[in-house]
Ligand binder design. Structure first.
Ligand code: ADP
Ligand code: MG
Length: 657
């Protein structure tokens, strides 16, 4: 069965060669019990490691079943040893936190054995009464019997056993040896031992190692028939056996990973939400603004002083015709007189209490004249809001040579349901009330002084037409509105006019200024948040990698046991990836839950504060993108770390103390 030719094995410690096995040649029978004896340090374990396929660094040849074990590689090697070799070690190398049954089930799945045989073995080796106990609760003898079942359950051709009785009392030792002796009738059983009483009780061949050589052989009958290598069995994934216990074992690491991933994902959702919601709200910020399609236009009159060396610009009110011609590129242009002069002396009462902080401005929507807009609604619970304007002034128009004293009182009251919130950012507390309502009032109210003087009814609105463009009433400006709210063309127009040299007209819009600065602020904020998001992602990845790495390091021995049982690497990886997936799903669900809660809350606060709708919002596509990307990233980092676990040295991990 086993043929060893000129086997030489040395260790190099501090560049000094220590020859442990020196040109050993040996032939072993297909069946039977073979003892390997020798003083401590004589190379027994070293020899066994080579025969078990764990140690590949040796000179000479080793054939098992006529196969040169140096020449079988990778998956073939794993399957070869898995199917043909069983190993029992001194310290049983069992999964202490799994039950007896689970340990065997795991072995069956790895070795492709039908699990129905487990119970037979448990009864035969008197372990059925502890079937569902955790291995950590078993006695030394029970553990070794379990270890024995694990080694023989797929009926391998060879059993290697390195001091299997080393940790047992006499009674248990001889019980175990009885079983091995029984098995050796149909299998090659190689036992490393110190106990001469065992060697004398259970007769077998003996090989003694001394100074790297075989110093003594006994009963070594050679009868090689080269049994046919066992057919490959189907392997099955066992990783779910570990889920529960693995979670328990790595509780704090998993909790930290879950929390960190949860916070990370939540922040990413919020950042994305803010970025996306903000970008898509960009135009709405302008469009939803009450007067966003209304601009103020002045006319610049340039006066040359000092022979053209100095220019003085005088603002005057352009005529409506001028403006219409000038702005003819716009369709549906409406031009309005600026009536600011008439609303200077206002008194505002909120819930019947005078309030001085508010500005009064017009809005120009022709529908909805019954509404009042206010950009500061949170401060007070407004039940009613009344505006009264007492205007008295002296109308003087030198061209017409008319001077008269005029006076009017305008009053209006609005109630809760007609008071609407308006975007608030830098603009001072303002109440916007309907231009046309007031225009109508001016049109229908007589300026008594002048009417009497010229014996003709003249309304306050007429005074605006009558006055010259640079008089106080004219307010030096006109308003014009564009029916269609078209941010782009308004912007183009504003830039074109304002940037030309010596412009004849000047256009400005308080709303654009306010919204522009708001957008600039938000963009800076979003940029900051994006940077923060990158930091969060990196920190998260680092933390997850670190914790997974330390988990792997802690599980070094378990991984080594699985490898020595012949497990497919994929299933070892699955243990950790399953865990990662569960952690990810929990974190994702938590973060989604909190995202939706926070989104609702923050959007409401932002609405209350700025009157912006859905500033945090993620499209379904981006949701999917974030989820799949983060999932792939997590799994990738797991896979990278798992590939690192291939460096673990099985021999070192399973070394007997
Ligand atoms: P034993 O017969 O007691 O099982 P071993 O086969 O474990 O002996 O070890 C044989 C010799 O090889 C010992 O002198 C030991 O110190 C040495 N040795 C074993 N493993 C290593 C190693 N990984 N590196 C260096 N020396 C080693
Ligand atoms: Mg040893």
């Amino acid at each position: 069965m086993i043929k060893i030719v000129n086997l030489k094995k040395s260790y190099f410690v501090n560049k000094k060669e220590n020859v442990v096995l020196n040109n050993i040649s040996l032939n072993l029978n297909d069946v039977g019990l073979v003892y390997i004896l020798g003083a401590s340090g004589s190379g027994k374990s070293t020899l066994l490691n080579i025969l078990e396929g764990i140690d590949n660094k040796f000179e000479g040849e080793v054939y098992i079943d006529s196969k040169n074990i140096k020449k079988i590689k990778g998956n073939n090697k794993r399957k070869f040893f898995k199917n043909n070799v069983g190993i029992i070690s001194q310290s049983s190398n069992l999964f202490e936190y799994l039950t007896v049954y689970q340990n065997l089930l795991l072995t069956c799945l790895i070795k492709g054995v039908n699990k129905s045989v487990i119970d037979e073995y448990l009864i035969k080796y008197k372990l059925d009464y502890v079937k569902n106990n955790k291995v950590s609760l078993l006695s030394g003898g029970e553990k070794q019997r379990l270890s024995l079942i694990r080694a023989i359950i797929n009926k391998p051709k060879i059993i290697f056993s390195d001091e299997p009785t080393g940790a047992l009392d006499k009674e248990n030792a001889s019980l175990l040896m009885e079983e091995l002796y029984e098995i050796s009738k149909s299998t090659l059983v190689i036992v490393v031992t110190h106990s001469l009483s065992i060697v004398n009780t259970f007769k077998g061949s003996v090989i003694k190692l001394c100074n790297g050589n075989i110093s003594f052989k006994e009963n070594l009958t050679i009868n090689n028939n080269y049994k046919i290598i066992k057919k490959e069995e189907k392997e099955e994934d066992y990783s779910n056996l570990f889920i529960k216990e693995s979670f328990k074992r790595n509780k704090s690491k998993n909790i930290i990973t879950t929390i960190s991933l949860f916070i990370g994902l939540l922040l990413i959702f919020l950042c994305f939400g803010l970025n996306e919601g903000f970008n898509s709200n960009f135009d709405n910020l302008y469009l939803n603004n009450i007067n966003s399609n209304v601009l103020k236009i002045y006319k610049n009159d340039y006066e040359d002083i000092n022979n053209g060396k100095l220019n003085v610009v005088k603002k005057t009110r352009p005529s409506i015709d001028n403006v219409n011609t000038f702005l003819s590129s716009f369709s549906n242009l409406n031009t309005y007189y600026n009536l600011d002069f008439y609303i200077q002396n206002k008194e505002i009462k909120i819930n019947n209490v005078e309030s001085k902080e508010y500005n009064l401005k017009f809005y120009f929507l022709d529908s909805n004249e019954n509404n009042l807009y206010i950009n500061d609604i949170n401060k007070v619970n407004i039940e009613s809001l009344s505006i009264s304007i007492n205007k008295s002034f002296t109308f003087y128009e030198p061209n017409l040579n008319i001077k008269s004293d005029e006076f009017f009182t305008f009053e209006c009251t609005y109630y809760k349901f007609n008071i609407i919130k308006e975007f608030k950012y830098l603009n001072e507390p303002t109440i916007y009330f309907p231009y046309f309502y007031f225009l109508n009032y001016l049109e229908n109210t007589l300026a008594k002084g002048i009417s009497e003087k010229i014996s003709k009814p003249v309304s306050f609105l007429d005074l605006v037409y009558l006055c010259s463009v640079d008089s106080e009433i004219s307010s030096y400006s006109l308003y014009f509105s564009i029916d269609k709210k078209d941010i782009k063309s308004i912007r183009v127009l504003m830039n074109k006019i304002n940037e030309s040299n010596k412009p004849l007209y000047k256009i400005d819009s308080e709303y654009y200024f306010v919204v522009d600065s708001f957008i600039a602020l938000m963009q800076a904020l979003v940029l900051g948040i994006k940077m923060f998001m990158i930091v969060v992602v990196l920190c998260n990845l680092f933390l997850i990698c670190f914790l997974t790495f330390s988990k792997l390091k802690k599980d070094k021995k378990e991984i080594a046991i699985l490898r020595i049982l012949g497990s497919n690497e994929e299933y070892i990886n699955n243990i950790y990836i399953n865990e990662g997936v569960i952690i990810y799903i929990i974190s994702l669900s938590l973060s989604l839950l909190f995202y939706f809660l926070l989104r609702g809350l923050i959007n409401k606060k932002l609405y209350d504060f700025f009157v912006i709708f859905n500033l945090i919002d993620i499209s379904n596509n981006n949701f999917l993108l974030i989820i799949s990307l983060s999932f792939v990233l997590i799994i990738l980092s797991y896979i990278c770390l798992l590939s690192f676990s291939k460096k673990f040295n099985i021999k070192e991990e399973l070394k007997e103390e």
